[in-house]
Design a protein around this ligand. Structure first.
Ligand code: 13P
Length: 249
């Protein structure tokens, strides 16, 4: 099965010109690779660049969406707007947005709106710290149950779950997760999905890893059973992203 690589550009790069350059370079590179499905999630202002450059091998994603379809919501973007620009996936529940105050219930409403409007969620979960007794697993279970509340058995196959421990993401990351830590959580997520839905759903759901992924560690997570990777910093520097793609091809 193809590996899913998701580039979360976060609030980068700083200008349209740089964004277009990064897009064109990445687009050329991905055309040379097989067995990789690439989703890029740029900041909203750069979404139109993907239409302009007709990037056939890249699936377009977004970094956020509002729960309502239209109305008086200053500064927000609706799933219909995203769809009309060709967006197929949206990152929801990201740790950096939870830090801004998004609750499980709020994220759940966005998950439901997105699925209903055929934009598939990349649903992120992750604990802020680990404890030896494994209490963080109950925390993750809670995030899954609340975030996916109301998602039906026929809809769950359209959700990708990204395990992104907060201590492993972004500039202030302590370290990346180990393969063993990822595998443990992957098995745990499958168990939760199996209990919530059924074993077929648990078997089919894609579980990916994100947090300090680079060209040195990317392959080892895929070898350990990650269905894909959610990449932040190393997706906005083309040389680094190229090295990462080469490392896993
Ligand atoms: P980094 O790869 O920069 O650690 O970011 C991970 C992430 O948050 C992707 O969504």
């Amino acid at each position: 099965m193809n590996k899913l690589i998701i580039a979360n550009w976060k609030m980068n790069p700083a200008s349209e010109k740089e964004a277009e350059k990064l897009l064109i370079e990445t687009s050329k590179k991905i055309k040379t690779l097989k067995d990789i499905d690439l989703i890029i999630c740029p900041p909203f202002p750069y979404l139109f660049l993907f239409k302009k450059n007709k990037t056939t091998k890249i699936v377009l994603g977004a970094q956020n969406v509002h729960k309502e379809l239209e109305g008086s919501y200053t500064g927000e973007v609706s799933v219909k707007m995203l769809s009309s620009l060709g967006v197929k996936n949206v990152i929801l529940g990201h740790g950096e947005r939870r830090k801004l105050g998004e609750t499980d219930e709020f994220i759940n409403q966005k998950v439901l709106t997105s699925i209903k409007n055929k934009v598939n969620p990349i649903f992120c979960i992750g604990e802020s710290s680990r404890d030896r007794d494994g209490n963080f697993l109950s925390f993750l279970e809670d995030q899954i149950k609340k975030g996916l509340n109301g998602v039906t058995k026929s809809q769950i196959k359209n959700v990708v779950i990204a395990y992104e421990p907060l201590w492993a993401i972004g500039k202030n990351a302590q370290r990346e997760a180990t393969r063993e830590e990822f595998v443990e959580v992957k098995i745990f997520i499958k168990k939760v999905i199996s209990d919530l839905y059924d074993s077929k759903s648990a078997h089919g759901i894609k579980i990916i890893y994100g947090g300090s992924i680079n060209s040195n560690n990317a392959k080892s997570f895929l070898d350990a059973g990650a269905d894909g990777l959610l990449v932040g910093r190393d997706s906005i520097n083309f040389k680094k992203f190229e090295a990462l793609l080469d490392a896993i091809k």
